[in-house]
Design a binder for this molecule. Structure first.
Ligand code: APR
Length: 231
């Protein structure tokens, strides 16, 4: 078996579900309650910035109150103790990996950050953003949540693809495999010859592409998987 020196882990909303944050596509999830085209596209923000701010303000308040669960803590432990590299890539915007003490690459942005579309400056978002909020750098009254919306290009893609092309193990935790480019990461890792494992409550749209499957709630499966990697 190939020695494992470099691990890339992709996380999705499922890892934060047991911290009380709703997922997007499970029954009763966020996208059953809100239409993506109303709240999560640049066009939606141009058309009705107040609605979009209210949607993300609610998400930001929930995330601020949430605490990491055993899965977030286990990944932080892996990052601190594994002898090789562990890159944690998250589609989540909630900041729970950081609260657990891990460092994550946020490909879909962060609720805690604001972005000025006029000058590109980013800063810590207030808990409630409002329409016309001025940029702290250039004062343009167009601040938006620093979230990658549908139709926009995810952040840090070069760094992520480089890591996928040289990793020995790729794991996807709590993601439905329905949103690209993240859904395609397993194929990138396979092409690099990496072993692949999916940790999820149930099969995802990308399950067929993984070598191994660990089924169950992340708070149970992730700590046990991390223990095996560190043994
Ligand atoms: N433990 C493990 N997996 C879980 C748990 C749990 N406790 N609860 C739910 N899951 C799994 C579900 O089975 C599902 O496969 O988490 C996944 C959640 O899927 P989605 O709601 O689609 O979330 P995600 O894959 O992160 O969505 C990707 O879509 O709308 C966008 O930008 C948003 O980053 C998000 C992206």
């Amino acid at each position: 078996m190939r020695r494992i020196d470099r691990i890339v882990i992709l996380t999705g909303a499922g890892i934060s579900a047991e911290s009380g944050l709703g997922t997007f596509r499970d029954e009763g999830g966020l996208w059953a309650q809100h239409r993506i085209e109303d709240v999560a596209t640049p066009e939606a923000f141009a058309r009705n910035p107040d609605l979009v701010h209210r949607f993300y303000n609610a998400r930001r308040m929930q995330a601020a109150d949430a605490t990491p669960n055993a899965a977030h803590h286990a990944l932080a432990r892996l990052q601190a103790r594994f002898s090789g590299d562990v890159m944690l890539v998250t589609q989540n915007v909630d900041g729970l990996h950081e609260k657990a003490g891990a460092q994550a690459v946020h490909m879909h942005g962060e609720l805690a950050r604001a972005l000025c579309p006029t000058c590109g400056h980013r800063w810590e978002a207030p808990i409630e953003m409002t329409v016309g909020e001025p940029c702290v750098a250039c004062a343009a009254p167009t601040a938006r949540p620093d979230i990658v919306w549908f139709g926009e290009i995810p952040y840090h893609m070069e760094q992520i693809l480089d890591a996928l092309q040289t990793c020995d193990l790729f794991a996807a935790i709590g993601t439905s495999g329905q949103v690209y480019p993240a859904a395609g990461f397993v194929e990138e890792a396979r092409m690099a010859g990496a072993a692949t494992v999916e940790l999820n409550l149930r099969d995802s749209d990308m399950s067929h592409a993984f070598d191994d499957h660990i089924t169950g709630p992340a708070s149970k499966t992730v700590p046990a998987w991390v223990d095996r990697l560190l043994a």
